[in-house]
Design a binder for this molecule. Structure first.
Ligand SMILES: [Zn+2]
Length: 82
C-alpha cells in the first residue's frame, strides 16, 4: 500500500469514527472503554469531548468555523438535522 492510499484509509477510519461518535482519540471514547475517568474535554473543560464538541464548540477551531460559516450566531443553522 502506498502512502497516499494509507492516508486515504486512515482518513476514512477517522470519518467513520466521528460519525459513530467513537473517535478513539477523544475523552468520551477513552472514558467509555475505561481508560480515563471523565469524558469532559481535557482541552477546554467545556463539555464532553464528543464529535459535536469537536466540530461545533471547540474554541480552538473557532477561526476555521468562522472561515467556513461566517458570522452565524448559531452554527447548527448550517448543519442539516441539528
Ligand atoms: Zn473542548
Amino acid at each position: 500500500m502506498d502512502i497516499s492510499s494509507l492516508r486515504h484509509s486512515l482518513g476514512t477510519v477517522v470519518i467513520h469514527q466521528l460519525r459513530l461518535n467513537r473517535l478513539s482519540s477523544t475523552a468520551s471514547y477513552q472514558a467509555l472503554i475505561g481508560q480515563i475517568p471523565s469524558k469532559t474535554c481535557p482541552h477546554s473543560g467545556n463539555g464532553d469531548e464528543m464529535a459535536e464538541h469537536l466540530q461545533l464548540h471547540r474554541p480552538k477551531w473557532a477561526a476555521e468555523r468562522q472561515r467556513y460559516f461566517g458570522d452565524s450566531i448559531d452554527i447548527t443553522d448550517h448543519v442539516p438535522g441539528l
